[in-house]
Design a protein around this ligand. Structure first.
Ligand SMILES: Nc1ncnc2c1ncn2[C@@H]1O[C@H](COP(=O)(O)OP(=O)(O)OP(=O)(O)O)[C@@H](O)[C@H]1O
Ligand SMILES: CC(=O)N[C@H]1[C@@H]2OC[C@@H](O2)[C@@H](O)[C@@H]1O[C@H](C)C(=O)O
Length: 371
């Protein structure tokens, strides 16, 4: 399969900004990262985006602004890399999730694919999650097949943990794929299981922001200075989500942080950080075998307190994905470039064990360049 030059664009649930990655890939086994940047949102746009969450009320103006900000990210990425738009085959445009209710067959990522194609002069694939949800899947997480492509040759069972606003895990085992190997074209026969584990950074971010501690708990310093409140942690962990089998997925604001309401800034940060770590540990009994190693990507890998809690709870090596040469900030954006190529090839973006979709499912909506 020939390599394509693609751009992947992700606006994650942390609402921190746009991640943009340039890479070459065949959409199967080969992935060659070329460039990456993040464009942070300003506070006004972040507030506007937050106002869209839930999907009630008008979103058109925010969607236009979001799309134009992505076009700007593409221009800056190409300038940084010294690559012309005409040399890029395709953009994978995730957009921003404003509502995710797969059990009601509803997931909504804002972002206007046709507008982005017109603005950049590059064909676009967007709307990656709808087909999966329409077929009865969770529509998330979608990064697992990309993790599998990267993880060839690493010890298994391996867990790749993304700690963004929400946290999600990809478990990669040794066995063949139960669905007959579709979606596993030439990249080894590794079984993949995936799901969202629970909260990532979003509750911690919201807590710290609301109490004047900044936009996030930098390096986990606040949590390190606080004490975990056992009663509040137990109340948080009483949520029925943790008893559900995989696959399963979450909306950003699925958890109510009320149990920490009376705590100090540091104790609340410590308790919410323990909540994220403990909810990751609670996925292990749902897996066929405990991972021998955890590789962590997403902004949460920079939270030293969270990483220490994870190592303590999981009892096996836990390290940032940089330990195996991947870029933990770029991975999700790269994944949507990779998935855009898969979409054009008609290959699956998800499988029964990654999203619960009944059969391996392709997806994405193509926006060619206007003639
Ligand atoms: N130095 C740091 N210390 C602690 N936390 C950090 C640090 N840097 C980033 N973060 C956390 O990482 C978050 C951003 O993570 P990331 O960019 O992976 O999220 P996302 O892609 O928006 O989310 P998702 O994966 O849910 O879509 C920030 O909101 C913050 O909570
Ligand atoms: C509905 C939605 O946008 N989900 C995101 C979110 O952020 C992390 C986690 O929850 C994951 O399920 C997913 O993103 C990644 C990129 C995924 O689809 O793999």
């Amino acid at each position: 399969m020939p390599l394509k030059t693609v751009i992947g664009l992700m606006s994650g649930t942390s609402m921190d900004g746009i991640d943009a990655a340039l890479l070459r890939t065949d959409g199967i086994a080969r992935v060659e990262p070329l460039a990456f940047l993040t464009i942070p949102y300003d506070d006004a746009f972040r507030a506007a985006l937050r106002g869209c969450l839930g999907g009630i009320g008008p979103v058109e103006a925010v969607e236009r602004a979001l799309t134009d900000a992505h076009a700007d990210a593409v221009a800056r990425l190409l300038a940084q890399a010294g690559v012309a738009a005409s040399a890029v085959d395709l953009i994978g445009f995730h957009g921003h999730t404003i509502h995710h209710a797969p059990d009601h067959r509803r997931t909504w990522q804002i972002g206007d694919g046709a507008r982005l194609a017109a603005a950049t002069g590059i064909a676009v694939v967007n709307d990656f999650r709808s087909a999966d949800v329409a077929a009865g899947g969770q529509g998330a997480p979608l990064v697992p097949l990309f993790h599998r492509a990267l993880a060839d040759g690493l010890p298994r069972p391996l867990a790749v943990l993304n700690i963004g606003g929400v946290a999600n895990v990809t478990w990669i085992g040794d066995g063949g794929i139960g669905d007959g190997g579709i979606g596993n074209e030439g990249i080894g026969s590794h079984q993949v299981i995936a799901c969202d584990t629970g909260p990532g950074n979003a509750l911690i971010d919201d807590w710290v922001l609301r109490h004047g501690g900044g936009r996030y708990d930098a390096d986990g310093a606040l949590a390190a200075a606080g004490a975990v409140n056992a009663d509040a942690l137990a109340a948080l962990l009483a949520h029925p989500y943790f008893a559900l089998p995989t696959p399963k997925s979450l909306d950003r604001d699925a958890f109510d942080p009320a149990p920490v309401a009376g705590l100090s800034l540091a104790d609340g940060a410590a308790t919410l950080t323990a909540f994220t770590a403990e909810s990751v540990a609670r996925i292990v009994p749902h897996l066929p075998a405990a991972p021998v190693r955890w590789l962590v990507c997403g902004g949460g890998r920079r939270n030293a307190t969270l990483m220490a809690m994870l190592a303590d709870r999981l009892g096996v090596p836990v390290a940032a994905v940089e330990s195996v040469g991947w870029d933990g900030d770029a991975l999700e954006a790269q994944a949507f470039g990779y998935l855009a190529v898969r979409s054009r090839l008609g290959l699956p973006l998800s499988e029964p064990a990654t999203t619960g979709v009944p059969v391996p499912m392709t997806g994405g909506r193509f926006h060619p360049l206007a003639a």
